[in-house]
Design a binder for this molecule. Structure first.
Ligand SMILES: [Zn+2]
Ligand SMILES: [Zn+2]
Length: 241
């Protein structure tokens, strides 16, 4: 018999479905944000050669999220515009729920779910699976490749030195939200992100991208650059290792 799930049970079972997936893992969720835990679980599944299909429909993925997903070799990424259903399934189990995928590691909302077992709830599983197949059939395939940052032809990623002052141009990225901001190792966050950083003022708090190339990296206020950019820029900005 299908099992009723509360918030905790729902997140537990979504995680178990990802962890215990063998051949197939299908995640249907309008809102797709990649938490670290979720990404690591997906990476493990991909390394086990599980064929992962993610169908999303609401938001645009951020470049660093796309680049992370591009590391998963067994992932098929699909977009379905009017998606509102949330459903997670592997070879043996399925959860149909109100919970979005990124919320399984946070427990802020009150959710409900139903756990379906492929063998015990055969008919139910098959009907829901047929609906997933139908959604997949009408979805658009999203290219799952790493995006490189492109700069306009006459613009490079190097800071321009005019006498001793650096010309202010938007050649950097906010290390938290990826907005284009001036390249300045002392101010690697945009105004909004700086304001939220300033609540805690933790210079080692882990951010998302390199301030210079915008690629997905573990950076921080203390270390806003990836290693390649650090080497390139250390003399210009007199950076300390
Ligand atoms: Zn920002
Ligand atoms: Zn970089």
């Amino acid at each position: 018999m299908a099992e009723f799930l509360t918030t905790t049970g729902t997140s537990h079972n979504i995680e178990q479905i990802i962890i215990n997936s063998k051949d197939t893992l299908i995640l249907v969720s309008p809102y797709l944000q990649l938490s670290k835990t979720l990404f690591e679980r997906l990476k493990d599944a991909s390394n086990r050669n599980t064929e992962i299909t993610i169908i999303y429909g609401k938001d645009e993925l951020k470049p660093n999220e796309k680049n992370s997903l591009a590391e998963l070799s067994n992932l098929r990424l699909l977009y379905f515009e009017n998606l509102h259903a949330k459903c997670y399934c592997n070879d043996n189990n399925m959860v149909i729920t109100s919970m979005n995928m990124y919320e399984f590691s946070e427990k802020n909302n009150r959710e409900m779910g139903v756990l379906i077992d492929k063998e015990r709830d055969k008919e139910l599983y098959q009907k829901a699976f047929a609906e997933i197949k139908s959604i997949i059939g009408s979805s658009d395939l999203v290219s799952n490749k790493k995006t490189e940052r492109n700069f306009p032809p006459n613009q490079t990623n190097e800071p321009i030195k005019t006498n001793t002052t650096y010309k202010i141009t938007n050649r950097g990225y906010c290390i938290r939200c990826e907005a284009r901001i001036p390249l300045n190792p002392n101010k690697p966050l945009c105004g909004d992100c700086y304001a939220s950083w300033a609540h805690y003022e933790n210079p080692d708090y882990e951010e998302n991208v390199c301030h210079s190339c915008g690629e997905y990296q573990d950076t921080s206020m203390n270390k806003p650059f990836c290693y390649t950019c650090f080497k390139k820029l250390k003399d210009t900005f007199s950076l300390k290792a």
